[in-house]
Each structure stands twice: as structure tokens, then as C-alpha cells.
Design a protein around this ligand. Structure first.
Ligand SMILES: NC(=O)C1=CN([C@@H]2O[C@H](COP(=O)(O)OP(=O)(O)OC[C@H]3O[C@@H](n4cnc5c(N)ncnc54)[C@H](OP(=O)(O)O)[C@@H]3O)[C@@H](O)[C@H]2O)C=CC1
Ligand SMILES: O=C(CO)[C@@H](O)[C@H](O)[C@@H](O)C(=O)O
Length: 254
């Protein structure tokens, strides 16, 4: 019997941009994409951290670049992507969170979260897509939403709004860009211990909340998201676009 051809998850010859690739989920995605064969550009605001991430990738023998960049600066981002691209793969793991009870949210906190999680995320995906369209290349754009892009969470109305919106533009961009062979998907992780969430993991009520809501019985690890990113970047997901991939141990199944 002749077995059918099946795609693999190698990314040799592909160029990947990982925004927020200097910490937490993004750093794990950068490592996983590089280990799958991609040349990785790590972007983030802190110059020292992006260079440390680049050096660590190179020390493992991977091709890697550092790109100090604030993605909320839309002009600088468009220019950097035009100059360094085209990128076959985008993982945008740059994001932030602020907590406030719904009646106490301040406009400046709303704007700070939306500016990174939504506005910058949208225009970064647009910039990478423009480079691919101009080069007539297919590609895979991956946004990072959250389980909070699908459900609500206490004191998280702004964060949840930003992530629900990320899922919205991910789906709509997938429709616009599909005919050009550009796939757009989002990953929706549960709680994962990173520099962003370390203060929340210290709160006993948050730890209880996490423990009660994850059927698989553990919080996430950055590698759980990195595995999903390699899948969505690779030909193993060739017919997958506009999807929201839950990496939440079953939280949103409940
Ligand atoms: N940890 C979790 O439990 C979960 C996280 N997420 C989402 O995953 C993403 C990554 O989170 P996580 O890894 O935990 O967070 P971290 O704080 O560990 O990493 C965030 C990264 O984004 C970069 N970044 C932040 N703002 C900007 C900016 N304006 N321009 C460029 N880079 C920026 C940071 O570098 P620098 O500060 O130097 O710019 C850093 O590299 C976020 O979108 C978050 O909402 C989703 C679900 C669960
Ligand atoms: O998205 C998350 C969990 O699914 C986390 O990033 C948290 O929402 C965290 O940022 C928080 O607000 O506690």
C-alpha cells in the first residue's frame, strides 16, 4: 500500500517575525520556530532583551536577528517590516494587561491596553501582509488572543475586549487575505506563568480560580503555545485559516 503524502511541521527556508519574542510566550515561540528551521527576527522594545534572545537563538545554531521596536509606533513598525521583510510567518506575542473593576476603569488604562493588544496588533499584521502581497508570497500570520478572547474574567473587561477584538480581526483578515494564500489564525491560551502574569499567580483567589477551571488540571506553559505556533506556521495547517485555537486545558469547553 502506498501511503498518502502528508505535510510536516518543518519551517526551513521561512523567515519569521516574532513580536514580543524577547519574553514569555513570544520567546518560546521564537525558540520553537527556530528549532523547526525558520530564520527568526525577535522584536520588542527593550534593546538588551531582544539582543539577549537573538544571542540565545544563535548560540543554539539558528539564524536570528534582533529588532528593537515599539509596535505601537505604527510608522516605525511599517518601516521596519518593509525593510526587514518579507516575513513568511508572523507571531505577534506583544501584549499587555491591566486589571480594573468595570465601574473603575480609567480611559488611560483602556487606551494603553487597546493600543498594544488591538491597534498595534492589527497594523503589525497589516504590515506583514502588505510585504507578502507585494512579494506575491503565501504566509501565515498568527495573533495571540487568550481564553479571555472567548469568555469574560473578573476585573478584565478591557483585556477581554481587546482579545475578543483580536479574534474578530483575525477572522476578517483571513477572509480578505485567503485568496492571496495568506492564512491568519489566533491562539487562545489559558493562564501561563510569565513576567506578565507573575503578580496574578501570587494572588490566592486567582490560583484557586485557575485550579477550578482547567479540566486538564494544570496552568499552561509557554511551550504549549509554542507547539501551536509551529503547527499554525507550517504546512501541517495548510487549510486552517480564520481559526481560534484553544490552548487552555479545556477552560472554555466548560
Ligand atoms: N501569560 C498568559 O497567561 C497569557 C498571555 N496571553 C497573551 O500572550 C501575549 C504574551 O504574553 P506574555 O508572554 O505572558 O507576556 P510577557 O510580558 O512575558 O511578554 C510580552 C512581550 O511583548 C513585548 N512587548 C510589550 N509591549 C510591546 C510593544 N509596545 N512593542 C513591542 N513589544 C512589546 C515585551 O517586550 P518589551 O516590554 O521589551 O517591549 C515582551 O517581549 C500577550 O498578548 C498576552 O495577552 C494570552 C493568554 C495567556
Ligand atoms: O490571557 C490570560 C489568561 O487567559 C492572561 O494574560 C491573563 O488574562 C492575565 O494577563 C491577567 O489579566 O490576569
Amino acid at each position: 500500500m502506498k501511503l498518502p503524502r502528508t505535510p510536516d511541521m518543518r519551517l526551513d527556508g521561512r523567515r519569521a517575525l516574532v513580536a514580543g519574542g524577547s519574553s514569555g510566550i513570544g520567546l518560546a515561540c521564537a525558540a520553537a520556530l527556530a528549532r523547526a528551521g525558520a530564520e527568526v527576527t525577535v522584536a520588542g522594545r527593550r534593546d538588551a532583551l531582544v539582543h539577549e534572545a537573538r544571542d540565545a537563538l544563535q548560540a543554539e545554531g539558528h539564524a536570528a536577528q534582533a529588532l528593537p521596536l515599539d509596535i505601537t509606533d505604527l510608522e516605525a513598525t511599517a518601516a521596519a517590516v518593509a525593510e526587514g521583510g518579507p516575513f513568511d510567518v508572523l507571531v505577534n506575542a506583544a501584549g499587555t494587561a491591566r486589571h480594573s473593576f468595570a465601574t473603575e476603569t480609567q480611559a488611560q488604562d483602556f487606551d494603553a491596553v487597546m493600543s498594544v493588544n488591538l491597534r498595534a496588533a492589527y497594523f503589525l499584521a497589516q504590515a506583514v501582509a502588505k510585504g507578502l502581497v507585494a512579494a506575491r508570497r503565501p504566509g501565515s500570520l498568527i495573533t495571540i488572543s487568550s481564553q479571555m478572547g472567548q469568555v469574560g474574567g473578573p476585573k478584565r473587561s478591557v483585556y477581554c475586549a481587546s482579545k475578543h477584538a483580536v479574534e474578530g480581526f483575525t477572522k476578517a483578515m483571513a477572509i480578505d487575505l485567503g485568496p492571496m494564500g495568506i492564512r491568519v489564525n489566533t491562539i487562545c491560551p489559558t493562564f501561563i506563568l510569565t513576567p506578565l502574569t507573575a503578580p496574578f499567580f501570587d494572588e490566592p483567589e486567582t490560583r484557586r480560580w485557575i485550579g477550578q477551571n482547567i479540566p486538564l488540571g494544570r496552568a499552561g506553559e509557554v511551550g504549549d503555545v509554542a507547539g501551536a505556533a509551529v503547527y499554525l506556521a507550517s504546512d501541517a495547517s495548510a487549510l486552517v485559516t480564520g481559526s481560534a485555537l484553544s490552548v487552555d486545558g479545556g477552560w472554555t469547553a466548560g
